[in-house]
Design a protein around this ligand. Structure first.
Ligand code: ADP
Ligand code: MG
Ligand code: MG
Length: 881
C-alpha cells in the first residue's frame, strides 16, 4: 500500500480532497503546492499508518521505511541538501495533522537533523553561527519535551538563567557563544534527567519524532479534545515531514499567522500578526509581543510588516486572496519569511465565532463566492447558540478596571480562579468562574471548558487562549497587559493598583476586551441584519417545521421573534403555581367530593382562560398545542411541617387534615404514579375545566377579534387506547358545548403525547383516537431506559465517560432505542390515520443531531425552548440539504 505522499516544487501526489488520508494539514500542503504557492517540499505519512500502528501493537507497516527513504531522497534532490550531511545538511520539521484541526493538541518538532556534525554544515552554509546555534537549542528543547517526554520547564529555566546572567530580556539578544553553551547545558540536563543521551543520529531523531506524533494521538490531551469535539479515535493522525525554512536567520526573516477575515467579527479585513527573527510558534506562544501585519491594525508602538517588509507583505496579500478564492472560505494561515522570501506553511478553514460565521457566510454570498445553500451549511447549528446569548446591558453602570484584546465575544461574569483545576472544581459545584491565566496551554483545556470566560495577560488574537476560546464559543479577553497576575498569592492587580483575589467577581466583555469589576447586567440579543438574512435562506431549505415549548405569553413572544411557527407544548401546571391561584388549586385537591372540586375549579377557570387568551394572542394565526394537567397533585401541596402549619391557617383548614391529605397523596414513584391522563380518568372535572377554558378563550378571540385559531388539546401519559378514548369523548363533549354556547365555528384537534413505550408499540390503536401525536421524548427516554432523570446524575455521567453510552440520552436522542420507538410510533400512527400530525416536544427538539433524526423519519415538526428555535431551524435546513 501507499503510505507516503510527496509534495514539492509545484507537484504533489496528494490532493486537497484527501483529508481523510493525509490529514487537514497534509492535504492542504499538497494542494497549495499544486496551485503553485511557495511551500517547502516534504512528504506526508498517511493516517492509515496511524491506524495500522495501533492495530498492530504499535508496529509500523513493513513498507513504510522504504517509502519514507524514497520520499526523503526526493526532497534532498529538490533542496540540493542531504539529511545528516556534515557539509550541507537538510533539516526538517515533523508535524502532526489529523482530519479535523486540533489546535495545540499535538506538538511539532522543528530543525530536526541537527547534531554536532551537521551544525558545522549549517554554520558554513548560512555563514551565521548565531542562527545555527539558536536553531540547535530550539531543536533540543522541542525534541526533549515532545519526543523524550522531559518537562519543558527544565530547559526553559536554564535559558532564563542564562538571560538573567547576561542581563538581557529577549532570546534574540543572546550571542552565538551563549547559545552554543546553552546547547551543551541542555544536553547535559537531558542526560542527567533521563539517564540517556540526546540522540545524535538524524535518522534516529526522525523516527523518534514520527513515533512521538503517532504516540500523541493517544495522549490524554488529545483524547479529551476528541471527546469534547466528537472526533472518533479511528480517524488517526497523519505526520508531515517538511524541509525547514528559517524565520530566525536575522532581521530580514520572520514568522507569522493570519486570518483572511476577522475571526471574531467576520469583518472582511485580513488580520494577522508576525514576529521578526523568530521561529515556529513564537507568535502563538505569547513569549514576545507580536507585531501587526497591517499598519492600520497596530497601536503604533511596534512596526508592521507592511512597513518593514513591503514586498513580502504584498506577496502575502496576493496569496491570501488566492487561498480564499480557492477554498471559498475564510482561511487561517501560517507563513515564514526566510531572507526576504515568503513560504506558506499551512492553510485551513479558520475557526470563527458564531457571529463571524454568519457574517462571513452572508458576505461571501454577496461577493458571489458561494451560494445560499453553502452559506447555510457554513454555520454550525450548535454554534448558533452563542448568538442568542445575552450581551451587556448598554445602560447598566460599570467600572472598567482593565482592557485587553477582544479575542472571543460574549458577556459573562463569574468568580476569579487562577488554575484550570480550580475552574473545573468550581464548575462541578455549580459556580460560575472566570479563568485568569498569564497565558493558556493545552493543559488548561478542561478548565477553559468549565469556565464562563477566559482572561489572559499575554498573547495576541492568535494566541492559544484566543483560538481555543473561539472554537469553544467562549468569551475571551486575551493579552490584557493591564493586569499583573500573581499565582502564588492567587490574585491579580490592575494598573491602578486594584487587587482581585480568587473568588472576587468580574465581568468580561469579549466584544470590546473590557474587564469590569463585579457582575454587570445583560440584555437579550437583537436578531437582525445578517442573521435575519441567513435565517431567511434557512427557512427556504428546510422541510421540518419548528415550534416552541412555551407556557407564558412572554415566552411565546420571544419564541415568535426567534421564528417559532407555533407552540408544540404549552404546559398548564406552571400556571397553577401563581400565588393567587395556588390556594384555589389546593382547595380543589383537598375537597372531599366532586362538588367541592368543581367549586374550586370554577375559581381557576377564568384565570386559565386568561392564560390561554394571552398565549393565543401572541401566537396569532399559528397552531398552539396545550397539554392538560400532567404532574401528580401532591406537587401542589406543601411538604414541610412549618409550611403545612402556615397554609392551614391561611386556608382555615386543620393542619392535621392537610397533613393527612399530603400523606394520602404520597407516592413511591411519582414519575410512574398518579399523573397525566390517570388524573383525568379519576378526576374528569379537572380536564373538563381546562378544555372549557381553552375553548372559551378560542371562541372569545374568534368572535370578538376575528382570530384564526385551531387549538390542539393534548392528553398526556396515555399508555392504552381506552384511556384516550374516554378522555377524548369528555373533551369533545365539553368543547362542543362551548362552541354551541358561543355560536362560532371553531376547529379543534385532540391528540396525545407518546411518552410511554406501550403507546408507541400500539400507536396504530392509539391513532384511532388522536388527531396528532407529540412524542414526549423526555419521559419516553426515562420510561424506555427505565431510569429516572432526577436520579441519573449519580451514574449517567459515568456511563458517558466510560463510553457505555455515546452521550447523555436526555440531551441527544438515543436513536437506536428511544428513536426506534418514535419511528415505530410514526409508522403505526400513519398506517391507521394517514393525515395524523406528528411532532416531538422533548428537549431533543432543540438538539441538532436529534433534529436531523426527526427530519429523516419524517416528523412534521419539532418543538423546543424559545432560545433553541433558531438552532432547530438551522439544523432542520442542514438535515434537508
Ligand atoms: P500546529 O498544528 O500546532 O499549528 P504546525 O505543524 O503547524 O503545528 O507547526 C507549528 C509552527 O511551526 C508552524 O506554524 C510554523 O511556524 C513552524 N513550522 C512547521 N514546519 C516548518 C518548516 N518546515 N519550516 C519552518 N517552520 C515550520
Ligand atoms: Mg502546536
Ligand atoms: Mg500550524
Amino acid at each position: 500500500a501507499k503510505y507516503v505522499y510527496f509534495f514539492g516544487e509545484g507537484k504533489a501526489e496528494g490532493r486537497g480532497d484527501m483529508k481523510n488520508l493525509l490529514g487537514g494539514k497534509g492535504a492542504n500542503l499538497a494542494d497549495m503546492t499544486s496551485i503553485g504557492l511557495p511551500v517547502p517540499p516534504g512528504f506526508t505519512l498517511t493516517t492509515e499508518v496511524c491506524t495500522e500502528f495501533y492495530k498492530n501493537n504499535r508496529q509500523y507497516p513493513s513498507e513504510l521505511k522504504g517509502q519514507v527513504e524514497e520520499a526523503l531522497a526526493q526532497v534532498e534532490s529538490l533542496m540540493n541538501k542531504k539529511f545528516g550531511d556534515a557539509q550541507n545538511p537538510l533539516l526538517v520539521s515533523v508535524r502532526s495533522g489529523a482530519r479535523a484541526s486540533m489546535p495545540g493538541m499535538m506538538d511539532t518538532v522543528l530543525n530536526l537533523g541537527l547534531n554536532d556534525d551537521t551544525i558545522q554544515g549549517v554554520i558554513a552554509q548560512s555563514g551565521d553561527k548565531r542562527f545555527a546555534y539558536d536553531s540547535y537549542r530550539r531543536f533540543i528543547q522541542m525534541y526533549a519535551n515532545v519526543v523524550m517526554g522531559m518537562k519543558g520547564e527544565l530547559l526553559e529555566d536554564i535559558l532564563e538563567e542564562m538571560k538573567e546572567e547576561k542581563g538581557v530580556h529577549e532570546d534574540t539578544e543572546l550571542s552565538a557563544e551563549d547559545l552554543k553553551k546553552l546547547v551543551a547545558l541542555f544536553k547535559d540536563k537531558v542526560k542527567e534527567t533521563l539517564g540517556r543521551d540526546f540522540p545524535n543520529d538524524p535518522h534516529e531523531q526522525l523516527w523518534g519524532a514520527i513515533g512521538a506524533v503517532f504516540g500523541s494521538w493517544m495522549n490524554q490531551r488529545a483524547i479529551t479534545y476528541r471527546k469534547l469535539n466528537n472526533i472518533p479515535a479511528e480517524w488517526g493522525t497523519a505526520v508531515n515531514v517538511q524541509s525547514m525554512v528559517f524565520g530566525n536567520m536575522g532581521d530580514d526573516c520572520a514568522t507569522g499567522v493570519a486570518f483572511t477575515r476577522n475571526p471574531s467579527t467576520g469583518e472582511h479585513v485580513f488580520y494577522g500578526e508576525f514576529l521578526v527573527n523568530a521561529q515556529g510558534e513564537d507568535v502563538v506562544a505569547g513569549t514576545r509581543t507580536p507585531q501587526p501585519i497591517k499598519k492600520s491594525q497596530g497601536d503604533g508602538t511596534l512596526p508592521s510588516m507592511e512597513e518593514v517588509m513591503p514586498e513580502s507583505y504584498a506577496q502575502l496579500m496576493k496569496i491570501q486572496q488566492t487561498l480564499e478564492t480557492h477554498y471559498q472560505d475564510m482561511q487561517d494561515i501560517e507563513f515564514t519569511i526566510e531572507k526576504g522570501k515568503l513560504y506558506m506553511l499551512q492553510t485551513r478553514n479558520g475557526k470563527r465565532t458564531a457571529g463571524a460565521a454568519v457574517k462571513i457566510a452572508v458576505d461571501m454570498v454577496q461577493e458571489g463566492l458561494i451560494d445560499e445553500k453553502i452559506a447555510v451549511l457554513r454555520v454550525e447549528p450548535t454554534q448558533l447558540d452563542q448568538l442568542l446569548h445575552p450581551s451587556l446591558d448598554p445602560k447598566a453602570p460599570r467600572t472598567v478596571v482593565a482592557k485587553g484584546l477582544p479575542a472571543s465575544p460574549g458577556a459573562v461574569n463569574g468568580e476569579v480562579v487562577f488554575s484550570a483545576d480550580d475552574a473545573e472544581e468550581a464548575a462541578r459545584i455549580g459556580l460560575k468562574v472566570i479563568l485568569v491565566r498569564i497565558e493558556t496551554s493545552p493543559e488548561d483545556i478542561h478548565g477553559m471548558h468549565a469556565a464562563q470566560g477566559i482572561l489572559t495577560a499575554r498573547g495576541g488574537m492568535t494566541s492559544h487562549a484566543a483560538v481555543v476560546a473561539r472554537g469553544m464559543g467562549k468569551c475571551c479577553v486575551a493579552g490584557c497587559g493591564d493586569i499583573k497576575i500573581d499565582y502564588a498569592k492567587q490574585q491579580f492587580t490592575t494598573r491602578d493598583g486594584k487587587v482581585f483575589k480568587k473568588g472576587d467577581v468580574i465581568t468580561l466583555d469579549g466584544a470590546t476586551g473590557e474587564v469590569m469589576q463585579g457582575a454587570v447586567p445583560t440584555v437579550t440579543p437583537q436578531l437582525t441584519g445578517d442573521f435575519a438574512r441567513l435565517m431567511k435562506w434557512v427557512d427556504k431549505f428546510r422541510r421540518l417545521r419548528v415550534r416552541t415549548n412555551a407556557d407564558t405569553p412572554q415566552d411565546s413572544k420571544v419564541a415568535r421573534e426567534f421564528g417559532a411557527e407555533g407552540i408544540g407544548l404549552c404546559r398548564t401546571e406552571h400556571m397553577f403555581f401563581d400565588a393567587e391561584r395556588i390556594m384555589a388549586v389546593r382547595e380543589m385537591i383537598l375537597a372531599d367530593d366532586v362538588d367541592g372540586r368543581r367549586k374550586a375549579l370554577a375559581k381557576i377557570l377564568p384565570m386559565q382562560k386568561g392564560d390561554f387568551k394571552g398565549i393565543f394572542r401572541e401566537m396569532k394565526g399559528l397552531p398552539v398545542t396545550i397539554r392538560l394537567l400532567d404532574p401528580p397533585l401532591h406537587e401542589f401541596l406543601p411538604q414541610k411541617d412549618e409550611e403545612i402549619e402556615e397554609i392551614s391557617q391561611v386556608m382555615g383548614v386543620h393542619a392535621a387534615t392537610l397533613k393527612a391529605k399530603v400523606e394520602s397523596l404520597h407516592e413511591f414513584n411519582p414519575m410512574l404514579g398518579h399523573r397525566g391522563c390517570r388524573l383525568g380518568i379519576t378526576y374528569p372535572e379537572i380536564y373538563d375545566m381546562q378544555v372549557q377554558a381553552i375553548m372559551e378563550a378560542a371562541c372569545e378571540l374568534i368572535k370578538e377579534e376575528g382570530f384564526e385559531i385551531v387549538p390542539e388539546i393534548m392528553i398526556p401519559l396515555v399508555g392504552h387506547v381506552k384511556e384516550l378514548e374516554i378522555m377524548r369523548a369528555n373533551a369533545v363533549r365539553v368543547a362542543d358545548e362551548v362552541i354551541e354556547r358561543y355560536g362560532v365555528a371553531v376547529t379543534y384537534l385532540i391528540g396525545t403525547m407518546i411518552e410511554l413505550p406501550r403507546a408507541a408499540l400500539t400507536a396504530d390503536e392509539v391513532a384511532t383516537q388522536a388527531d396528532f401525536f407529540s412524542f414526549g421524548t423526555n419521559d419516553l427516554t426515562q420510561t424506555t431506559f427505565g431510569l429516572s432523570r432526577d436520579d441519573a446524575g449519580k451514574f449517567l455521567p459515568f456511563y458517558v465517560e466510560k463510553d457505555i453510552l455515546p452521550n447523555d440520552p436526555f440531551v441527544t436522542l438515543d436513536q437506536k432505542g428511544v428513536g426506534e420507538l418514535v419511528r415505530m410510533g410514526c409508522e403505526k400512527g400513519r398506517s391507521a390515520r394517514p393525515d395524523i400530525k406528528l411532532g416531538i416536544c422533548g428537549e431533543h427538539g432543540g438538539d441538532p443531531q436529534s433534529v436531523t433524526f426527526c427530519h429523516d423519519i419524517g416528523l412534521d415538526y419539532v418543538s423546543c425552548s424559545p432560545y433553541r428555535v433558531p438552532v432547530a431551524r438551522l439544523a432542520a435546513a442542514h438535515a434537508a440539504l
